[in-house]
Design a protein around this ligand. Structure first.
Ligand SMILES: O=C(O)CCC(=O)C(=O)O
Length: 206
């Protein structure tokens, strides 16, 4: 399979440039030197989460990645060394962390390079798509198309993660191989089903 490296651009680039060259064309891009400057990056380090917010109850995926169990954040983080030995590791995914730790709200904002149109909705109508993912080395998110075919930006706050993206023209092949289960369902329910976008395959921590 042919693999391509994504373009990397410096965070000094204008928002207009990012919109025109990448976002409007549906092209993935890596913006460097950005998240390291945010106060929320330090506030959400593994160490800070453990010591300052360790009592927060979170839901992590169980061994078959569809069941969820509830545990304290400190308990979950303390288990990381143990989880590394498991074939299927528990993962704290799609955590609406601002609901549980509201004091972080004032530190959180979308980078100026992206327009978050959901912010134009009244607060009580915004979909809960501001997530934090926390996991030990080796956790994975399977191939998927995001809900409503929304575009997403992701920031890596700590550790490393591999992203694999496939061009939408390969969707039928991926479905046929059983790698992408939700394509038909997503395309029939999405208000933006006609948009051509690159999508995420999988992320894993190293
Ligand atoms: O970081 C991950 O493991 C998954 C992120 C993701 O699935 C997404 O943003 O759509």
């Amino acid at each position: 399979m042919t693999q391509f490296a994504l373009p990397q651009i410096d965070s000094g680039i204008s928002a207009l440039n990012v919109q025109e060259v990448y976002i409007q064309r549906g092209l993935p891009v890596v913006i460097t030197q950005l998240a390291s400057q945010w106060p929320i990056t330090a506030a959400c380090s593994l160490e800070k989460l453990r010591y300052t917010h360790g009592g927060v109850e979170v839901h992590v995926t169980g061994p078959n990645s569809s069941t969820w169990s509830k545990m304290g954040l400190k308990e979950y983080i303390d288990g990381f060394e143990e989880y590394k030995k498991l074939d299927s590791k528990p993962y704290l995914r799609t955590w609406n962390f601002l609901d549980d730790i509201p004091e972080l709200k004032e530190m959180y904002h979308s980078p100026r390079h992206f327009q978050d149109r959901f912010q134009q909705l009244p607060e009580n109508q915004r979909p809960p798509f501001t997530w934090l993912f926390v996991g030990p080395c080796g956790v994975q998110t399977p191939l998927h198309v995001d809900i409503w075919h929304t575009d997403a930006w992701l920031a890596q706050l700590e550790g490393r993660k591999r992203f694999r993206l496939f061009h939408p023209s390969r969707r039928a092949e991926l479905v046929a191989k059983g790698l992408l289960a939700d394509a038909a369902e997503m395309s029939s329910t999405s208000p933006a089903a006609g948009l051509i976008r690159w999508r995420l395959l999988m992320m894993e921590f190293h």
